[in-house]
Write a new protein. Structure first.
Length: 350
């Protein structure tokens, strides 16, 4: 039965080499995540370095995950792998390994969409994180607001028109001289600061917007980033930047959180569903979680994955591979990586 299937999930879309062994929908038997800290020196991910690191680490990560799970590779029933989107060189490492393993073992192969996998992450921590729900997927490369009435039925409400939320955090941190990745660095710097000391704009947030307006659900972080940089330069010229870094970090976090929470609650109100699922690296933001919980109020439910399952990981890939496999969707050896892989079963509308 499906609940007894052993799925190997392989994730190499960016700068985490991760492998998981999942039994059924919820028994995570083995899980290894290897982060590539070398990118911190460059203030962002260097694609070629990421691909080479995956080549070095993937075999070891597989062995470690299998050892933790107490199973052999030939005991795996399904091999799932991220096929996109992501860095093409990094993706190819995982796809090539998974195709070789599936062929050698004679096991079914499933290509997984990385962002669909982020939808499933919260359900690995809490079995109640099942549709219907409003989903906010926020990562370094994507910001998507979805209505999910059922698994495999995804309705796009809104997306960022420029920078993703995670990317905006990284750029803001770099402007302040804080380390990569930017989200955790800004959260640490902002911990005891005043978020109202440096007012920043909330792009595409207006009370006059209605559900028929394109801006109602759409998001934008480019203008916020520009306003932030302008304010930093003003303080730099005045010689007062160093003392204001915590307050600037708090202001940026507050503005970004406000935009994300506002758009999410609009979806909640329009769908009538007070269940929200967060996914992606920015889902680990304590400020974002707290603000959405506050706005949902009594009767609302927020499901957010643990920090380990918020970032890119093999567990969510395995879970999504199981879902696709049970629908009869498998791939052959023609499976290829795509940096721009379309989101499966995604259509516009509410």
């Amino acid at each position: 039965m499906d609940r007894d299937l052993l799925v190997l999930g392989v994730e190499t879309s960016c700068d985490e080499t991760s492998v998981a062994v999942l039994r059924g929908t919820s028994q995570l038997l083995g899980h290894v995540v290897v982060s590539q800290d070398a990118h911190r020196v460059w203030g962002g991910v260097v694609p070629e370095l990421a691909a080479r690191a995956h080549l070095r680490m993937l075999d070891q990560a597989v062995k470690a995950a299998l050892a933790e799970a107490g199973v052999r590779l030939d005991g795996i029933d399904v091999v799932g792998v991220t096929a996109g989107p992501g860095l093409i060189g990094a993706l190819l490492v995982g796809v090539a390994w998974a195709k070789a393993a599936a062929w050698a073992l004679g096991k079914p192969l499933v290509g997984v969409h990385h962002m669909e996998a982020h939808l499933f992450a919260a359900s690995l921590d809490d079995a109640r994180a099942e549709p219907p729900f409003v989903a906010l997927l926020v990562s370094g490369g994507h910001t998507l607001l979805l209505w999910v009435p059922a698994w495999g039925d995804y309705r796009l409400l809104g997306a960022t028109r420029d920078d993703a939320a995670g990317e905006a955090y990284d750029k803001a941190a770099k402007i302040l001289g804080l380390p990569y990745p930017g989200g955790p660095a800004i959260q640490r710097a902002a911990a005891e600061a005043d978020p109202t000391r440096h007012p920043l704009p909330r792009p595409l947030v207006s009370r006059s917007h209605t559900p028929v307006d394109p801006e109602f659900y759409a998001m934008s972080f480019s203008g916020l980033k520009t306003a932030f940089r302008t304010r930093v330069h003003e303080l730099q010229r005045a010689g007062s930047l160093e003392a204001e870094v915590p307050h600037l970090a708090a202001a940026f976090q507050h503005a970004t959180t406000d935009v994300l929470a506002t758009k999410t609650l609009r979806a909640v109100e329009q769908t009538g569903c007070r269940r929200v699922v967060l996914g992606g690296g920015v889902a680990s933001s304590a400020a974002l979680r707290a603000e959405i919980v506050r706005r949902l109020g009594a009767g609302g439910e927020l499901f957010a994955p643990s920090p380990r399952l918020s970032t890119d990981n093999g567990a969510m890939i395995a879970r999504t591979a199981l879902f696709r496999y049970t629908r009869g969707e498998t791939a052959g050896l023609e499976l290829n990586a795509r940096a721009d892989l379309p989101f499966p079963n995604l259509h516009r509308g509410d």
